[in-house]
Design a protein around this ligand. Structure first.
Ligand SMILES: NC(=O)c1ccc[n+]([C@@H]2O[C@H](COP(=O)([O-])OP(=O)(O)OC[C@H]3O[C@@H](n4cnc5c(N)ncnc54)[C@H](OP(=O)(O)O)[C@@H]3O)[C@@H](O)[C@H]2O)c1
Length: 244
């Protein structure tokens, strides 16, 4: 996918991987809408890019809030035009420290699913029709190895990511031949607030810099046609395949 001039929306763009990815996409010439709940930190990321003479739009909102999602979709299109790249990166772990399933309230499981699964579902629903009409679009689901492995205490989050992976496969099947493609990516462990919240004792020197992961992810997006729609990729391995 050629990035120059496209409209893109990145959720969770005020911190960690999402902020690093938004910066990369803007510097590659994409018109990017940055979404996260906290307006101040989000605006700081966008303002930093504007200070470089680039275009970036901060659009505060909660992807887990049904009412907010349709407002976000309308506002994003009004700001940058049609969205060709939609990156579902925002995510929550749920209550901290992460509880065992036996100690997980049903309401907490539901809240994690709203943000990590239902929110991306609603946002894709809001954009996929217009992408299909234009015959182009890429939807990226940011997943985790917790979608595949059954780690104790990662239950709500892991279930949400496993479902997000499958949502990507079904979207891909249903949107086949529409020009709209879906990729799921596992970024690997990164030095971010989320990782510190989950595993405060981890040695940061063993974790990837989200800026490096974002660079690899941009290479993947640029060469997205290389993989069948619905493919699940590990970012580091896929980037190696590309020589990135
Ligand atoms: N870090 C890792 O080691 C790791 C490993 C595997 C997968 N991942 C995945 O990589 C992605 C990025 O993780 P990260 O570590 O970069 O996270 P992070 O540093 O904690 O950043 C999360 C971002 O999402 C936003 N966010 C959270 N809930 C939101 C909501 N309901 N609506 C809108 N925005 C929301 C946060 O801003 P606000 O709080 O202001 O909304 C923030 O901008 C996630 O999907 C995560 O599951 C991370």
């Amino acid at each position: 996918m050629e990035l120059h001039g496209i409209g893109a929306l990145v959720t969770g763009a005020s911190d960690g991987l999402g902020a690093a990815l938004a910066r990369r996409l803007v510097r590659a010439g994409a018109k990017v809408v940055l979404v996260a709940r906290g307006a101040e930190r989000l605006e700081a990321v966008a303002a930093g890019l504007r200070a470089e003479g680039l275009q970036a739009h901060a659009l505060p909102g909660d992807v887990g809030d049904k009412q907010a999602v349709y407002r976000l979709a309308g506002a994003a299109a009004a700001l940058v035009g049609p969205i060709d790249l939609l990156v579902h990166n925002a995510s929550t772990l749920g209550p901290l420290p992460m509880p065992l399933l036996l100690d997980t309230a049903c309401e907490d499981l539901q809240a994690v699913l709203e943000t990590n699964l239902v929110g991306p579902f609603r946002l894709t629903k809001a954009f996929a029709g217009s992408m299909a009409l234009r015959g182009r679009g890429l939807v990226v689901h940011v997943s985790s190895d917790a979608a595949v492995a059954g780690y104790p205490r990662w239950g709500a989050y892991g279930v949400s990511k496993a479902a997000l992976d499958h949502l990507g496969r079904v979207w891909a099947a249903e949107l086949a031949d529409s020009g709209v493609r879906v990729l799921t990516v596992d970024p690997g462990e990164m030095r971010t607030r989320m990782h510190a919240d989950a595993l405060p004792d981890a040695d940061p020197s063993t974790l990837a810099d989200p800026a490096d992961v974002a660079a690899r992810l941009v290479a993947i997006v640029t060469h997205a046609d290389r993989w069948p729609s619905g493919t699940r990729l590990e970012v580091a391995a896929a980037a190696r395949e590309l020589g990135a």
